[in-house]
Ligand binder design. Structure first.
Ligand code: IPM
Ligand code: MN
Length: 349
């Protein structure tokens, strides 16, 4: 019996989570696994009512679950930064979900904005460090509000934090068993403290993985290659900030935010799975948002829980309907409503 905490969140989060849970239920019946879910209202709505983001007792409550399924965090009436740091980043940090795993896989060439790229050309995974770097929130203002103001934002990188992330990436690359190539994506030519540590750690750990080919790309060049030669990549490991940026580009080359899923992983603890697009307030309640990213996130959650077969079947159903049914992956243009897309996945399991 798996215990899953569900945080539908803001905007279109609840709509896409509903479809993900629908698919989960069908998969459970078909592949014989049992689970129970509990809903938690850690979102913008609750913040506006109570002023609470995420309290220590909320974190404690979540520790009774094996996985967290998240819709989206972000509310148009709340100033940017409050819910993001107060809920999403707090979840990632306090549950030590130190890996953000973001697969970039093209399911149908027709939905790729790049000319002449086929599904076999776009199939890589970004391993984003998820607990340190610029996201650590370290820094200060000096002389705030004056002409001499200085704002300092620190990228905090520990040997331990960098090493566990790089190690995870090597292991993941080996297990994935595709090109067996791991690319370190950084900025060694300018950020000479942080990326010196990353590069040294990477080179050291690489000696333990002689079956994996290693490569390095500066982050600016990597964005160029995502567009020009995405087929070069297999697994990419990078820091929190660069990982955030390049995975939005990754989402676009795989067909858009409607299909991009990710996992916030604590390999020894509770992981959290989410569609990587935001709460899309303008589409809220219209039954037009694409639920496939959330459905794929549910698939990733099942794989993480050990239900590999069910996870593969969900992915296959998604591939099938993306190739045979959907007119587009964009909200309002799919040729089907949010609920109908969920039904199509269930029907094709
Ligand atoms: C993401 C998002 C978050 C991030 C925001 C909402 C804080 O963009 O999951 O990529 O920057 O990590
Ligand atoms: Mn992002």
């Amino acid at each position: 019996m798996y215990k899953i905490a569900v945080i539908p969140g803001d905007g279109t989060g609840p709509e896409v989570v509903r479809e993900g849970l629908k698919v989960l239920e069908a998969a459970g019946k078909k592949y014989n696994f049992k689970y129970e879910t509990k809903l938690f209202n850690f979102d913008g709505q609750r913040y506006l009512k109570t002023g609470k983001t995420l309290e220590d007792q909320d974190i404690e409550a979540l520790k009774n679950y094996q996985a967290i399924y998240l819709g989206a965090i972000g509310h148009p009436d709340v100033k940017p930064g409050i819910l993001e740091t107060g809920i999403l980043l707090k979840l990632r940090f306090s549950l030590d979900q130190y890996i953000n795993l973001r697969p970039v896989k093209l399911y149908n060439a027709a939905f790729c904005p790049l000319k002449d790229k086929k599904p076999e050309d776009i199939d890589f995974v970004v391993v984003r460090e998820n607990s340190e770097g610029l996201y650590k929130g370290m820094g200060e203002f000096k002389d705030k509000g004056t002409k001499d103001e200085v704002a300092i934002q620190i990228s905090y990188n520990t040997r331990r934090g960098v090493e566990r992330c790089i190690r995870y990436a090597f292991e993941y690359c080996r297990k994935r068993n595709r090109k067996k190539k791991l690319t370190l994506c950084g900025k060694t030519n300018v950020l000479t403290y942080a990326w010196d540590l990353w590069q040294r750690t990477f080179n050291e750990i690489a000696k333990e993985y002689t079956d994996i080919t290693t490569d390095y790309a500066h982050v600016d060049a990597a964005t160029m290659w995502f567009v020009k030669n995405p087929e070069w990549f297999d697994v990419i490991v990078t820091d929190n900030m660069f990982g955030d940026i390049i995975t939005d580009l990754g989402a676009m080359v795989q067909g858009g935010m409607g299909i991009a899923a990710g996992g916030n992983i604590n390999p020894q603890g509770i992981s959290m799975f989410e569609p990587i697009g935001g709460s899309a307030p303008k589409y809220t309640g219209k039954n037009v948002i694409n639920p496939l990213a959330a459905i794929c996130a549910a698939g990733m959650m099942l794989e993480n829980l050990g239900e590999k077969k069910a996870a593969d079947m969900i992915e296959n159903a998604v591939i099938k309907i993306v190739n045979e049914k959907l007119k587009s992956l964009a909200a309002g243009k799919m040729g089907y409503s949010t609920q109908e897309v969920g039904d199509l996945v269930v029907a094709n399991l």
